[in-house]
Design a protein around this ligand. Sequence first.
Ligand code: ADP
Length: 291
Amino acid sequence: MARILGIGIAALDIINTVADYPREDDEVRALEQRIARGGNVTNTLVVLSQLGHRCCWGGVLTDGAEARVIRDDLAGFGIEMDAVRLASSGKVPTSYITLNRRNGTRTIVHYRDLIEFSFVDFAKIDLSAFDWLHFEGRNVPETRKMLDHVRRLTDPPPISVEIEKHRDGIESLFDGPAALFFSKPYVTAAGAGGPEEFLATVHQRRPVTELVCTWGVQGAYGIDETGALIHRPACPPVQIVDTVGAGDTFIAGYIDTRVRGLDIATALEQGCQLAGKKCGQTGFDLRSRKQ
Ligand code: ADP
């Protein structure tokens, strides 16, 4: 078991499942609706906790009723919340998600009006007990300070950062982490020819950083210990049920494999297997379900 700290957001997800994605200005009836905890880093942590790790979340919550859904869910997965900052104003971030039953796509409209977890909050955490630190690549200036703070420790744990969207200065987070996870939208917006070309370019400048790109139904790409580009195919479930958080689940599988000392190719494989399993079920409780 490793001790893993995740820094990022928890959100309230309002998920409407529809038979097919509506046209603009259409009115359609949802097949079902679910309200659940979401947020990239907390998704990753609840999966890691089910893989046997002791996980702690650093982020911001309110004491409003919506925050209870988040708190109860995280507590149910044994996620430690000592590092959580309570905001006296604002609302928890909310993701309005339209899940297309026909093909499994998830279209997200996100709203937030809450302070970000800051470097001052982060600096209060005793980092000596952690074996791995995972960050969402957001709030770039504060996150950069957090990464520098970790780098100054005598024996810093490995860091990973998820690069999901383009944000001003996000490239400044590429230096220092042991592993970077890039999303397909980020790579596509960066204008690269594809994941392989993108990874090869970033690898030239950062040859010792583990670089990973997830690519939806096409699986995941990475660069192994010898510097070779590798690809692992996705592991589709019998039926696609819910792709929300597939990437976060992939990251959990990857981190779990690496903290156990296994190699990068195995980490990509386990990431794809777990993410595929997750796509075949609703939510993140992976413990008792079979595909
Ligand atoms: P995100 O969920 O962040 O948008 P991706 O869509 O790239 O991330 O998916 C992450 C991983 O989840 C992929 O590498 C793949 O292994 C798995 N995955 C995503 N969509 C599917 C799918 N339709 N079938 C099987 N596996 C999938």
